[in-house]
Design a protein. Structure first.
Length: 190
């Protein structure tokens, strides 16, 4: 297929549940399109979790795990994602959350989009706590029932070039929130 795009899926993490991360990465294992890589950046998690993450990522040949030993610093998702953007080898980047479950056709659909001169945001379904408990090795995406659906600025598909032009995410932001809205505004302006 001549129009196949290659996508780097990037994650930023700190002290998140291994089961949640595994569910997300497993959903990528079952993609119909396999033209992607995962860049997973851990930003200062507790040592016991880092060890669990390292063990988890040995099972996936499409994923790279990077641990930044910055536990003494405040959580900075922007710094972690900027690190991942620099490590990405493919021309298109999808920013994912560690608890995102991908439909088996997600990468096929993303490949049909061409983010070279634009970027894309997505509507996501949010699972209730009860529905999240249904996630397992054998869950079927179609059986998951979202509690609500909403638009977010954090799940974004853009070219690596476009992200570089706006100098990535603003590292002034700490914790969660606003860094994605700021990136969205700067990409839109550019």
């Amino acid at each position: 297929m001549s129009n196949v795009q290659f996508i780097s899926i990037i994650y930023a993490n700190r002290n998140r549940d291994v089961k949640r991360i595994k569910a997300s990465i497993n959903s990528l294992s079952s993609q119909q399109a396999q033209n992607f890589e995962v860049i997973f950046v851990d930003y200062g998690s507790e040592p016991t979790l880092v060890s669990q993450y390292q063990n988890l990522f040995t099972s996936y040949d499409f994923a790279q795990f990077f641990h930044l030993e910055v536990s003494h610093l405040l959580w900075n998702k922007s710094k972690a994602l900027n690190y991942a953007i620099k490590k990405a080898t493919f021309p298109n980047i999808f920013i994912a959350d560690v608890d995102l479950i991908f439909h088996p056709n997600s990468l096929s659909l993303l490949n049909n989009l061409s983010p070279s001169e634009k970027f894309f945001l997505f509507r996501l379904g949010y699972l209730s706590a009860e529905e999240s408990k249904k996630l397992s090795e054998n869950h079927r995406f179609e059986d998951l029932k979202p509690q609500r659906v909403g638009s977010v600025n954090g799940m974004l598909l853009a070219s690596k070039e476009a992200l570089s032009k706006v100098k990535g995410l603003d590292e002034f932001f700490h914790f969660y929130g606003a860094e994605d809205e700021d990136l969205f505004a700067r990409l839109e302006s550019a």
